[in-house]
Ligand binder design. Sequence first.
Ligand code: U2P
Length: 244
Amino acid sequence: MRGIIIASFFILQSLLVSSSPSPPDFNFFYWVTYWPGAICDSQKGCCPPPKGNTASDFMIHGLWPQFNNGTWPAFCDQTNLFDISKVSDLVNKMEKKWTEWGVWACPSNETKLWEHEWNKHGTCVQSVFDQHSYFLTNLRFRQKLNLLNILKQKGIKPDGGLYGLDEIKNAIKCAIGYAPGIECNEDVKGTKQLFQIYICLDNYAKEFVECPYVPDKSCASKIKFPKFPKKDSLGETLSVISSV
Ligand code: U2P
């Protein structure tokens, strides 16, 4: 009898262990947003998005699991690839806040960003998220963290002017408690400009954390905050160009 009780205890325990979700096997998340003005540059003749429902704001790039040593897992599961029917209730919001990267590039080069982000990063975080909660979490952070307002409140505006890199980092640190990583690219004249902001989150994507690792993302001590071209003003610019 005692043997049966002990055996039942171990069977029950193993059932409980196998049914409880395993903890995340990565160390933290980057939640990354990009500034469309750094891709869509009126000087290069690049275009605002054709869709009218996109916000003039930072756009979500994605939520990326990371290891503390600066590496990251990718494309972890071919059996659970992106399925838009699982996020159909979120598509409207995603179109506004998570615009296809290629829409901003000129010539347009659609990359199916949502599909790419789930397949590359989301499939590696299934101990924390399913497809719906992965996308919902991205949208919630976008809702919670208005980076454009945070910067504007410190006088940092997308006006094509130069701003101190530390000034930008400090403005965000002031708002969330931790400095972000900043990635720059270059405008046509080779001036470094604000391109992407990396916010670090714990490995359940619940809280902001100090970035364990911030890659060197090639900024200068002063960087440009490029304008966000308005459809109308770009239309005027292009009609002037075409009439010359
Ligand atoms: O740098 C190229 C792409 O690799 C992914 N990446 C990069 C740095 C990092 O710390 N973590 C990470 O995941 C990004 O993948 P994407 O979603 O853009 O394909 C990054 O853009």
